[in-house]
Ligand binder design. Structure first.
Ligand code: PMP
Length: 414
């Protein structure tokens, strides 16, 4: 059975043939038969260098020994207890120690659950109803954050997704990234704003980077207006270094959401923050939050192994930063813009690096699509969208990075 045939079957069984929309590559996605290190092996017998890496969690690459050993060891002892497991205490200690903003943490099973709960907590803690998000910011697929990121819908608070209660998303206000004046104006316009939720580095249209001083000023403004600051570090957590963007930029939010890397590649999310805020979460406080698979021993073991490995191998951050610099050099003179930060990178089909969502959307997506297909033919899988960040992993050796750079150079010049 090849990918094309399998997708035909899948389409009759699952909406769009997939379990998550971005995977529905046309005419059909390749199915993966196996993955190891920096490579995916497709059902059709191809070997691809993976720069999508599960959309971010796989900072150590596919099936790394350290994580695999931890998963195998846990498997022997079962994988779901419905009662606390020792591994969750260890992972919570690690995460709290690594993040200046986190005194206490609650584990959930996805980034969506994490942001949903963090927003609920912020509303409860402040007694206010509105939240501010950044245009083009993505915080998962729950109602409060599914507000269309386009400008018209942004100002009117129209739901992007059908089926979302309009009264709810009327409480989701939006402002452009890197726009401090706009943020100031928005925060001063209402007494009912509970929190600003922001990806400190926008990962879901880019990356799009914060201008110098932006995040510091966002912190200052939210303090001035007494609005809680939620850093959504689901992508940036451990990706930009131990302690994520908050350590890298020296900005401490009130609440932090995490996911992806902290689960070592198994499903996870987490939200954490100041003790007084987290003390409001059930059963300690009145903000209800719960989950069958939360803190499950298998994910906890995988997560602790991955984070432990990162602590012991911190040099990979500098190596991968040099790696994306190498790819950037290969793209020089191709006419578009290259944006990178550590192991996050993207080539935009647009002359200047975007500073916000509206600018990112000006990219030539048809050109991106042609480029994407060429890259795949050269054996390199980058996320199938102009608006998704590419990643490198610790399994991407300098030699593999050189192959990626060569492919960029060739495919962009064609
Ligand atoms: N927040 C951010 C910044 C994300 O990038 C994502 C997913 N890409 C989410 C939240 C949602 O996470 P999940 O897909 O695990 O629900």
């Amino acid at each position: 059975m090849k990918s094309g045939e399998l997708f035909e079957r899948a389409k009759t069984l699952m909406p769009g043939g997939v379990s998550s929309p971005v995977r529905a590559i046309q005419p059909y996605p390749f199915y993966v038969a196996g993955a190891a290190g920096a490579y995916l092996k497709t059902l059709d017998g191809e070997r691809l260098i993976d720069c999508c890496l599960g959309y971010g969690p796989l900072l150590l690459g596919h099936a790394p020994d350290a994580v695999r050993a931890a998963i195998e060891a846990q498997l022997a002892d079962g994988w779901l207890y419905g009662t606390p497991c020792p591994g969750e205490v260890a992972l919570a200690e690690r995460i709290a120690a690594d993040h200046p903003s986190i005194d206490m943490v609650r584990f959930v099973s996805s980034g969506s659950e994490a942001t949903m709960a963090a927003i609920r907590l912020a509303r409860a803690a402040t007694g206010r109803q509105d939240i501010v998000k950044i245009e083009g910011g993505f915080h998962g697929a729950h109602d409060a954050v599914l507000v269309k990121a386009g400008s018209g819908a942004t100002t009117m608070g129209v739901p992007d997704s059908a089926g979302v209660v309009a009264d709810l998303v009327a409480h989701t206000r939006q402002v452009a990234y890197n726009d401090l004046e706009g943020l100031d104006a928005l925060l001063s316009s209402s007494e009912d704003i509970a929190a600003l939720i922001i990806e400190p580095v926008m990962g879901n249209v880019g990356p799009v980077l914060p201008e110098p001083g932006y995040l510091q000023e966002v912190r200052a403004l939210t303090l001035d207006y007494d609005v809680l600051l939620i850093f959504d570090e689901v992508i940036t957590g451990y990706r930009l270094g131990i302690g994520g963007a908050q350590v890298r930029y020296g900005v401490t939010p009130d609440l932090t959401t995490l996911g992806k890397i902290i689960g070592g590649g198994l499903p996870i999310g987490a939200f954490g923050g100041r003790r007084d805020l987290m003390a409001m979460v059930a059963p300690q406080g009145p903000v209800y939050q719960a989950g069958t698979f939360s803190g499950n021993p298998l994910t906890m073991a995988a997560g602790s192994a991955a984070l432990g490995w990162l602590h012991e191998n911190r040099e990979i951050y500098a190596r991968l930063d040099a790696g994306t610099r190498r790819i950037e050099e290969a793209c020089a003179g191709a006419g578009g813009s290259f944006v990178r930060l550590g192991s996050m990178f993207k080539y935009f089909f647009r002359p200047a690096a975007p500073t916000n969502y509206a600018e990112a959307k000006e990219s030539d997506t048809a050109a991106f699509r042609r480029f994407w297909e060429k890259m795949l033919k050269k054996g390199i899988f980058v996320p199938p969208s102009q608006f998704e960040t590419n990643f490198l992993s610790a399994a991407h050796t300098d030699e593999i990075i050189e192959q990626i750079a060569d492919a960029y150079s060739t495919c962009l010049s064609e």
